[in-house]
Design a protein around this ligand. Structure first.
Ligand code: PLP
Length: 511
């Protein structure tokens, strides 16, 4: 179900036999939203008119239950007129349109299914106010870095029905939704199985524990990543060892990894940072040579491809996060360990469930880190859209790369020939000092940006005891000064991406 901005007629399922007719409107399949309210107009005089207002968010399905009516709609510079004259059809009315209902036939009854309960703030009752609101909306002044509420307009009905299914099932921990998501997500990644856990950090730490990594072990990670990669190593009692990165991709520098290996090294965590896969073949051959556990941190890489294979099945195990802003996001914290090794996954499941396979029988000191069924159900609904959403991310990334690569002093991220990234983040690189200037400039025009990440792991106060020196990881430190993440989400329109591009071009002309 897409967020069609144009009103249109849909045919309703009608069951007709000698007993009469039965019409049906399905929330998910027909309307694309769930219904909060039903109301109906009746006994309107034939020269009467109703409507003469717009709704900002409310969506409607209108049906002529008896008689007929003319519905005139206006918005986005278009006008539409529909004559509703049969309960076999319905008119889908998206939000943001001015409407008038006229020419009611005698005895007409017009039923309306609405997506919201009554809210006066949702109404625009003055035509001039409507025109002003519309022009503000049509050329958005602001481009948020990300706006998760927009997903409701696209898959609101699927999300609501997934949540409702869980509410009604009585299964609030474990159960079929979790099991189904685990097998669907594993199949998506091309892996043998997956175990849902509470978040991405614990997906990493549980995978390390299940591989037997702990105190006395060293685990190599990259110096510029989200801090959770390093915290997971610390959490299991092992020591994070840092490798520097490649400036142009954010991927780990494999030579730096090789030179960080010592007799105490037990594992490498390969971070697919920004959704660009790490060089897994090179890291795998290092791991095999030294007998190391190779864990993917795929928290930013749902659907990303390495040499035609999906991230999640490229190492000895993979950790995913379903934090709401990730490419595949839940309604709160959630994560999973994915992989090809059934024994290892079984061990993760044991540890995530109090160290218990059998109730009240605890084999190891485990923890409580489970994927809630409500998140599993939502993730199942969103998984069906993941490839399409990743494609939109790729289109936006291509647009940025095409229009920004000519600017002197700005470099879009490089893509290795082995990679088909999914752009969880789109970081451009500017000369030192310019990054913060551009960020401030865009902010003045209402364009949200981010920095991933302003402080490398090596400079985090929580790791002060590790004794990393300023200048020890020069590329990661430079990336922290020079990278700027541009708005890039499947819910951004091409017009918004173009607005960001225009403003960046203007910055380079003016500043
Ligand atoms: C988000 C993220 C994590 C942690 O995931 P949470 O679910 O927030 O705990 C780990 N590694 C990377 C690279 C991430 O982006």
């Amino acid at each position: 179900m897409t967020n069609r901005a144009e009103p249109h007629i849909i045919n309703l399922t009608n069951i007709n036999d000698e007993r009469g007719g039965l019409g049906v409107v399905e929330a998910v399949a027909d309307a694309g939203f769930t219904f909060e309210r039903f109301y109906f107009l009746h006994d309107v005089p034939s020269d009467g008119a109703r409507g003469a207002h717009a709704h900002k968010r409310l969506r409607q399905v209108m049906i002529a239950l008896a008689g007929s009516v003319t519905v005139s709609l206006q918005g986005h510079g278009h006008r539409w007129t529909f004559r509703l004259d049969s309960p076999r059809h319905a008119l889908l009315v998206p939000p943001g349109l001015w409407r008038e209902l006229t020419e009611f036939s005698k005895g007409a009854v017009i039923g309306v299914l609405a997506s919201e309960s009554f809210d006066e703030a949702d109404y625009i009752r003055d035509y001039d106010d409507f025109l002003a609101w519309e022009s503000e909306n049509r050329s958005p002044k602001k481009v948020p870095y990300v706006d998760l509420a927009r997903y409701d307009g696209v898959i609101g009905a699927e999300i609501s029905s997934a949540v409702n299914r869980v509410v009604k099932s009585g299964w609030y921990i474990g159960g079929p939704e979790v099991a189904d998501f685990e097998s669907e997500f594993a199949a998506y990644c091309g892996a043998a199985g997956s175990v849902g856990v509470a978040n991405g950090l614990q997906a990493l730490s549980l995978a390390l524990r299940a591989a037997g990594i702990g105190s006395g072990d060293e685990v190599i990670i990259q110096a510029n990543t989200f801090v959770a990669t390093a915290l997971a190593v610390a959490e299991v009692g092992a020591t994070p060892i840092l490798a520097d990165i490649e400036l142009t991709t954010g991927c780990v520098d494999v030579t730096s990894v090789a030179s960080a290996i010592t007799p105490r090294t037990a594992a490498i965590i390969a971070v697919h940072l920004y959704g660009h896969p790490a060089d897994m073949d090179a890291l795998r051959s290092l791991s095999e040579k030294h007998g190391l556990f190779l864990l993917e941190d795929a928290a930013q890489a749902h659907g990303a491809m390495y040499k035609g294979r999906r991230c999640g099945a490229l190492g000895d195990a993979a950790a995913f996060s379903f934090y709401p802003t990730k490419n595949l996001g839940a309604l709160g914290d959630a994560g999973a360990v994915v992989g090809l090794d059934a024994d290892l996954l079984e061990n993760v499941r044991l540890r995530a469930n109090y160290g218990s396979r059998k109730k009240y029988h605890n084999e190891v000191i485990g923890t409580n880190s489970r994927l809630d069924p409500i998140h599993a159900a939502v993730l199942r609904a969103k998984l069906r859209h993941l490839d399409a959403w990743n494609d939109i991310r790729r289109q936006h990334a291509r647009r940025y790369a095409d229009f920004l690569s000519g600017l002197h002093g700005l470099a879009p991220p490089h893509v290795h020939e082995w990679a088909d990234p999914v752009w969880h983040v789109f970081p451009v690189r500017l000369a030192e000092g310019r990054r913060d200037d551009l960020r401030k400039y865009l902010e003045e025009f209402g364009i949200g940006t981010n920095v991933h990440y302003p402080v490398p792991v090596s400079r985090q106060p929580c790791f002060a005891d590790a004794g990393w020196r300023q200048g020890q990881f020069p590329v990661a430190e430079r990336a922290a000064e020079e990278l700027l993440s541009l708005p890039l989400d499947p819910m951004h329109t091409t017009a918004e991406i173009d607005r960001v591009i225009e403003r960046i071009q203007a910055f380079f002309r003016e500043c």
